[in-house]
Design a protein around this ligand. Structure first.
Ligand code: AMP
Ligand code: GLY
Length: 413
């Protein structure tokens, strides 16, 4: 099977490693890719958010499957354009990707499907925002309605900060705050059949102890051993199946990867957000533990054949990934700094590029996603942080507490 993967971040590097390891994948192309991905796949230049360009590339490369990594191409209709050429595509249509592309749309689907989630109000004027903040009380949660690359949400005790974020965004969703630890659950689906992957935990705040602003994610680990045993079955029953049914009822079935971001509240798991693609950096740890060949799984989901797919198999042990971020991230990151030590197995490239002289330099906020496995979380943590210690990048920062509380058994629901 010839496969084309679209994207250039850490998630795509992890997906490329998984696809390259699948014996049924004979040829792997990644567009546009990054220098880390170049060691496992053939790179091709493309504007990932241009549906016609991606579809033309898929035809030119004569691939059997296109896998779309990031949300922006999905929302732009890349999967529709690829399927219109008769090529199987793992990734939802533009209409279904609105589950991620519009917070208000997602909330509307959840309400229609009876999915447990935070109460909310969509607001477009300052007076509506003020009224909603008063109604729900602190901590205040204000979300940009559209795509914001992981930075659209502000959670704050300050009504002034909440109002300021709403002013910056225009149209927002104001929500009730959901207490409890967060878990990310990825579900592979063809629109009807659905296979959950292993839950993972992401670390959204920039600093140790969950301090500072939200980011795209500063690290992750799996498995989430402290979660209730029935978590996955319960979320499939209460959230995933009703959501997929509602999307079918609307005539826009969701096929691809449904990312369910959950808060495990005292009243049970509630949805914080849906995404229409694999999470980053959770994918790095989930795929590090997946024993089932990835290409076959994604191809089955892309061709309505998931119901006949074998149950997923997992490797024993645990995986941890630590994001190494640029100076000033999540503010405007400094780029162009030279990176050393990034050519080792487990060092996943997220925001890197090759300079004309061949040096590897940073090209984004999240630069590397340093991933290791081990017999348990403590062993995986030690291995990941040992790899981080071997990396140099001027001005870089990373969290030192990824998976620490879980490894110490300090998280409970
Ligand atoms: P989102 O982009 O919707 O995932 O939001 C980013 C982060 O903001 C989440 O991972 C949570 O940490 C936090 N967050 C979002 N919505 C809520 C909520 N209703 N209650 C508590 N925290 C939230
Ligand atoms: N790690 C959060 C996300 O991918 O949205």
């Amino acid at each position: 099977m010839r496969v084309l993967l679209i994207g250039s971040g850490g998630r795509e590097h992890a997906l490329a490693l998984g696809l390259a390891a699948d014996p049924s994948v004979t040829d792997l192309f990644v567009a546009p890719g990054n220098p880390g991905i170049a060691s496992v796949a053939t790179l091709a230049p493309v504007d990932a958010a241009d549906p016609a360009a991606v579809a033309a590339l898929a035809v030119e490369l004569a691939v059997d499957l296109v896998v779309v990594g990031p949300e922006a191409p999905l929302v732009a209709g890349v999967a529709d354009a690829v399927r219109a050429k008769g090529i199987a595509c793992f990734g939802p249509s533009a209409a279904a990707a609105r589950l991620e592309g519009s917070k208000e749309f997602a909330k509307d689907v959840m309400a229609a499907a009876g999915v447990p989630t935070a109460r909310y109000r969509a607001c477009s004027s300052e007076s509506e925002v003020r009224a909603a903040l008063d109604d729900f009380g602190p901590p205040h949660v204000v979300k940009n309605d559209g795509l914001a690359a992981g930075k659209g949400v502000v959670v704050t005790d300050s009504p002034e900060a909440a109002l300021a974020h709403a002013r910056d965004c225009g149209r927002v969703v104001v929500e009730e705050f959901l207490p409890g630890p967060e878990v990310s659950l990825f579900v592979v689906t063809d629109g009807t059949a659905a296979l959950p992957l292993m839950p993972a935990q992401d670390f959204k705040r920039v600093g140790d102890g969950d301090q500072g602003p939200n980011t795209g994610g500063m690290g992750a680990y799996a498995p989430v051993l402290w979660a209730p045993d029935d978590l996955v079955m319960r979320v499939m029953r209460e959230t995933v199946e009703p959501t997929l049914a509602e999307m079918r009822r609307r005539g826009t079935p969701f096929a691809g990867l449904l990312y369910v971001g959950l808060a495990l509240t005292p009243a049970g798991p509630k949805v914080i957000e849906f995404n229409a693609r694999f999470g980053d950096p959770e994918t790095q740890v989930v795929l590090a533990l997946l024993a089932t060949p990835l290409g076959g799984l994604l191809h089955a989901a892309a061709t309505d054949a998931l119901a006949a797919h074998a149950p997923l198999e997992w490797k024993p042990g645990a995986a941890v990934t630590v994001v190494v971020a640029s100076h000033n991230y999540p503010g405007t990151p400094r780029t162009g700094d030279v990176i050393t030590g990034a050519d080792r197995p487990g060092v996943i490239h997220a925001g890197t590029r090759r300079r004309d002289d061949g040096a590897l330099v940073s090209s984004g906020g999240r630069v590397l996603s340093v991933t290791a496995t081990g017999a348990d979380l403590s062993a995986a943590r030690s291995a990941a942080y040992a790899l981080v210690d071997g990396i140099t990048l001027d001005g870089a920062h990373h969290r030192t507490d990824i998976a620490l509380r879980a490894a110490q058994g300090e998280i409970s629901v």
